[in-house]
Write a protein that binds this ligand. Structure first.
Ligand code: UT7
Length: 328
């Protein structure tokens, strides 16, 4: 069995910013309420005329540069998203041609906010078996395109962006590898966070449009409780599987949904917030993009360094959840 390591990291945040004060003009809310309840100050919004693939290409090119690789070195492109360019085909295929990656397998994976961790775990399996050597793993979302800016329960939370890892087969002696990954789904809670209309069960029609049921709808309080429960459980699972104590972990990079959720998860392990990467103030919740965006920010801020032990954890619609423990 082989092991995989992170050869490169890259991310992209669009230039346009939507602040809490901008949202005050759209819905009945306030900067102070949003800060207090979520920690979010602003979110980035995709440029007009662009799609998720355009952000991915920029993030992927940076990750390839970091890995000192060309797009032609890739064997697989795996895109975690719930807001791809089109209903079909997969955004990964659009990325493949824009990057100029030849002869690759390319597919999308939808596990909502846990999508990036699901994808890392899938990519890790391809490398472990020796089937593929170099994999582009992406988390990317254009949530501003599927959020209802009349619904204050959701529109204050979400933003756009893309983050990418290049995963590659590690040398035998390399200790900077993915150590363990765990993922779960609890479909009985699907209705807590979903876009009910516009799929095959409730096809798009005038009623869907009038009700706005093609937009994201969320039962925030329920999601909050489940988020804390599942992320803490997934962290525990990764620590136990590797016989690791929380104090051995250098950084937790959690899904960036709400600062209070992040604090509650860290609190369950008495893990100091000084060793938790938080970017939610700057990005809002970018779903599948949030972990690679936060990871890249952690590197750029000089916090995350090679050789450190990093615990990633996420939860999202599904409900999905997961964790990955790795040495970077
Ligand atoms: O990746 C997964 C995606 N989802 C999440 O992570 C979301 C998880 N949930 C949350 O982050 C929180 O539940 C929210 C931030 C969405 C809401 O915070 P909360 O502390 O659970 O607030 P609440 O829903 O209990 O609402 C408290 C009050 C209510 O008013 P009353 O009934 O107390 O008079 C709401 O109507 O705040 C009101 N409210 C707002 N006020 C200003 C709800 N949304 C807003 C708003 N601005 N945007």
């Amino acid at each position: 069995m082989f092991k995989s390591k992170i050869a490169g990291v890259g991310s992209f945040l669009p230039e346009k910013v939507l602040t809490n004060h901008d949202l005050e003009k759209l819905v009945e809310t306030s900067h102070d309420w949003i800060i207090q309840r979520t920690g979010i100050e602003r979110r980035h919004i995709i440029a007009e005329g662009e799609g998720t693939s355009d952000m991915i290409v920029r993030a992927a090119q940076k990750a390839l540069l970091d890995a000192k690789m060309q797009a032609t070195d890739l064997d697989l492109i795996l895109v975690a998203t719930l807001s791809g360019d089109f209903k079909m085909p997969a955004t990964a295929c659009i990325v493949q041609t824009k990057l100029g990656a030849k002869n690759v397998m390319a597919f999308d994976l939808n596990a909502a906010c846990s999508g990036f961790l699901y994808s890392l775990i899938v990519a890790d399996q391809f490398i472990k078996t020796g089937f593929y050597k170099n994999i582009l793993v992406v988390g990317a979302e254009s949530l501003s395109r599927i959020v209802n800016y009349k619904d204050r329960d959701t529109c204050i939370l979400f933003g756009d962006g893309a983050g990418a890892f290049i995963l590659t087969q590690a040398d035998e002696k390399d200790t900077n590898v993915i150590l363990t990954g765990h993922a779960h789904a609890e479909g009985q809670h699907a209705e807590l966070l979903w876009a009910e209309g516009g799929g095959t069960k409730v096809p798009f029609d005038q009623e869907v449009l009038d009700k706005g049921s093609h937009f994201m709808q969320m039962k925030g309080k329920e999601i909050f409780k489940n988020a804390t429960r599942t992320m803490a459980a997934c962290c525990k699972e990764a620590l136990e599987a590797t016989n690791t104590k929380p104090e051995q972990v250098d950084w937790i990079v959690p899904h960036q949904a709400n600062l209070r959720i992040i604090e509650a998860v860290a609190g369950q392990f008495n893990f100091p917030m000084e060793r938790v990467i938080t970017t939610v103030h700057e990005t809002g919740n970018t779903s599948a993009a949030s972990i690679p965006l936060a990871f890249d920010a952690g590197i750029k801020d000089g916090k995350i360094k090679r050789g450190q032990l990093i615990l990633l954890t996420a939860f999202g619609a599904g409900l999905t959840s997961g964790s990955v423990l790795l040495r970077y």
